[in-house]
Design a protein around this ligand. Structure first.
Ligand SMILES: *Cc1c(COP(=O)(O)O)cnc(C)c1O
Length: 369
């Protein structure tokens, strides 16, 4: 019986559980686990992923923006949700949906206190972020006294946690810098805790922090990319399983003669008799033009088929000369082989970018392998 396929992104919840358990094995007992599910769960399917992680006992979620947190609440997620980069415009909705903001500057702190007071909140949980070297978001060490006096001046909010973010936890050449960030965070947090009448919890590690800096586990870790199967190193990638597999299908096969070209701008020209296959996925689905012209490839029956010519908006063409395949056969764009890491290495990018680029046009299929 012929099987009819289309382009789908398979989300393997068993791989997710495997990665969660692997990362958990690196943690001291009792360390809280926050799962980062921003950007649709790193391009996968944030609701299914969050539901599975909730079952596995995750203690916190993080999203980047309020809208992403609202999606999780609408789906019935009850676990606390940290919003990494909330916009001031959305603070009321954030409170209405029981989302917890990162407070990273005096402007944000003042505005959030104002809204929380206006909405008659008491001890609304917020997370105070300190900049220890990333220079992206966060209070500086010299802001500590100001933050403390503001926190003490209101009943409306309460610092549930203090946190910071590592800039280069995956790069062991930057070990000295990372150790400095850890020390800086400890010093600030100690100053804060010494002066507050209650004890906020502390967190600094992302995935590579979990893998490389156990001394920075503190009370909680924030795990993103590792949960999705990528560990920012060859060694750790072996211990993890890709959650997302991008699959497609051969729409049409052509036999072309020497001198014929393929695709827009005639970017590929055959010099010998060749076979090409057209695949229903393009740059509008997140496969950048950078993968064209034999930089990227797909796998058909476990064999490598280079992408030839320019990637189109909705399609791309691959060279299948020498591969025994037919129209309707399955194509792996990434997953186990090739991995997102192998493809992104070829274009000087990182798995984070390719995973999150897969557009919402691609159907998500949740499975357990
Ligand atoms: C995205 C993000 C993380 C997750 O980082 P990974 O490298 O994917 O584990 C953790 N913390 C913050 C503040 C983030 O923005």
């Amino acid at each position: 019986m012929a099987q009819f396929l289309e382009t789908v992104l398979e989300i393997d919840l068993n791989a997710l559980a495997h990665n969660y358990n692997y990362l958990t094995s690196k943690l001291a007992k009792g360390t809280k686990k926050l799962a980062v599910v921003k950007a649709f769960g790193y391009g996968s399917e944030s609701i299914a992923v969050a539901q599975e992680l909730e079952k596995l006992g995750v203690g916190y979620f993080a999203v980047a923006y309020v809208k992403e947190g609202v999606t999780l609440r609408d789906a019935g997620i009850r676990t606390p949700i940290l919003v990494i980069h909330p916009q001031l415009l959305n603070f009321e909705e954030l409170i209405d949906r029981c989302l917890e903001p990162t407070i990273y500057s005096a402007r944000v702190l003042n505005h959030f206190i104002e809204i929380a007071e206006r909405k008659n909140q008491k001890d609304y949980p917020v997370h105070i972020k300190f900049n220890t070297g990333m220079n992206r978001l966060g209070f500086w060490e010299h802001d500590t006294e100001h933050v403390l006096s503001k926190l003490k001046s209101t009943q409306a909010i309460k610092a549930r946690s203090l946190f910071s973010h590592l800039a280069a936890s995956e790069d062991l050449n930057e070990k000295d810098f990372t150790l400095q960030q850890i020390e800086a965070f400890k010093k600030i947090a100690e100053r804060m805790k010494a002066s507050l009448p209650y004890e906020p919890f502390m967190h600094q590690n992302n995935t590579s922090g979990v893998l490389n800096y156990p001394q920075a586990q503190f009370d909680m870790v924030r795990m993103g990319i590792g949960l999705y199967g990528y560990g920012n190193s060859e060694k750790e990638n072996k211990n993890l399983k890709p959650v997302a597999t991008l699959k497609s299908v051969i729409s049409q096969i052509h036999s072309i003669e020497p001198g014929e070209s393929v695709g827009y701008n005639r970017a590929y020209k055959a010099t010998v008799y060749e076979k090409t296959a057209t695949i229903p996925i393009g740059h509008a689905d997140g496969i950048s033009r950078a993968y064209g012209n034999e930089v990227g490839w797909v796998t058909i029956h476990n064999q490598k088929a280079p992408i030839i010519g320019n990637v189109c908006m909705d399609m791309l063409m691959v060279n299948i000369t020498g591969i025994n395949c037919q129209e309707g056969d399955e194509v792996i764009v990434f997953g186990e082989n090739p991995t997102a890491e192998q493809l992104t290495d070829a274009v000087g990018s990182i798995p984070y970018e390719l995973l999150t680029a897969i557009s919402q046009r691609v159907k998500r299929v949740v499975c357990r392998k």
